[in-house]
Design a protein. Structure first.
Ligand code: RIB
Ligand code: CA
Length: 307
């Protein structure tokens, strides 16, 4: 099977860590590199967390630090969900893995320009790095095979009634990306909120007894324990892992072509992904997923860390 070459752009975060676990090992994916952005926590923390996950699990790909603040708005974070560290109560051994010296935006530009147009970008945090790369070098847009992003919602948001965190954290960046003409798949809350595990699934993962299953189990338990009040039944949702799973197995999902515009008005709808089936389509919006098969994909992929 030909592997899909991917670059994950993340703000590691708890569900970002699970996305990295899947991206690094799923047999349909070839993880080229990882770029990191501020979002769930400040860039120093999201970069530390990304490097620590890679070091712990032997994910031997280059990691690039990117933008430490949004394009225009003031920075926000999701510490109430992901904790002060950005990875809950997970403790890692002393960090030895180093980030690359090159800025993530320059890495994205150089890698995409040098490619055959075979790279799928999987942004699972604010879109600041992606937007900056597009503005720095517009010639990268036709070189992007597809952007499968976790963000937005055609229904309610999770930061405000209108806006989902990744978009809310940098709406101007999202507007640049959604208006770029790139082939975009939007994996939004409408589907990801329905991916939260029950304890049977947590225990199924933990019984795999390898470093990835232990890390994933700890993440899921932290999310389930700490986010019921904030997220209710969506606590523990695999927002970012769902985007990676789409890139690996799109057949598990249903999609609709929609026009997606970003509300940049500075009112209650700031950062809303305004989705319409009537406008000129600029994105495939995910509308459904086979929940059991999604969790089977995650379990099967995590099991590969024990081989
Ligand atoms: O709204 C969910 C998104 O916000 C996820 O990417 C999570 O990691 C946070 O960044
Ligand atoms: Ca994220």
């Amino acid at each position: 099977m030909e592997k899909t070459r991917i670059i994950v752009d993340c703000d590691t975060g708890l569900d970002d860590a699970v996305a990295l676990i899947l991206a690094a090992k799923h047999p349909a994916l070839q993880l080229d590199s990882i770029t990191v952005v501020a979002g769930n926590q400040t860039l120093d923390k999201t970069l530390y967390n990304t490097l620590s996950v890679c070091q712990l699990l032997g994910i031997d790909v280059p990691v690039y630090g990117g933008c430490d603040r949004p394009l225009v708005r003031s920075a926000v974070n999701a510490g109430e969900v992901h904790g002060e560290s950005g990875l809950g109560d997970i403790v890692f051994p002393p960090l030895k893995k180093k980030a690359e010296g090159k800025h993530a935006v320059l890495h994205l530009v150089d890698t995409l320009l040098a490619s055959d147009g075979d790279i799928t970008l999987i942004p699972v945090g604010p879109l600041t790095n992606i937007a900056m790369a597009m503005r720095l070098q517009p010639a990268i847009v036709p070189k992007i095979r597809r952007i499968v992003l976790m963000g937005g919602a055609y229904g309610f948001g999770n930061v405000t009634p209108a806006a989902e965190f990744n978009i809310f954290a940098d709406p101007e960046a999202a507007s640049v990306v959604f208006s770029s003409g790139a082939d975009i798949v939007m994996v939004g809350l409408d589907v990801t909120n329905k991916t939260a595990p029950d304890m049977e699934k947590v225990e199924r993962i933990e019984k795999l007894c390898n470093p990835a299953s232990k890390l994933c189990g700890g993440i899921l338990r932290f999310l389930l324990r700490n986010n019921q009040e904030i997220d209710g039944p969506a606590a523990g949702a695999m927002h970012d892992g769902t985007a990676v799973s789409f890139a690996a197995c799109p057949e598990l999902f249903s999609v609709k072509e929609m026009q997606v515009e970003i509300d940049l008005s500075h009112g209650p709808c700031y950062g809303r992904t305004v989705c319409s089936e009537k406008g000129k389509p600029n994105a495939l919006v995910v509308t459904g997923v086979d929940y059991e098969k999604l969790w089977q994909l995650m379990a099967d992929t995590i099991a590969l860390y024990g081989e």
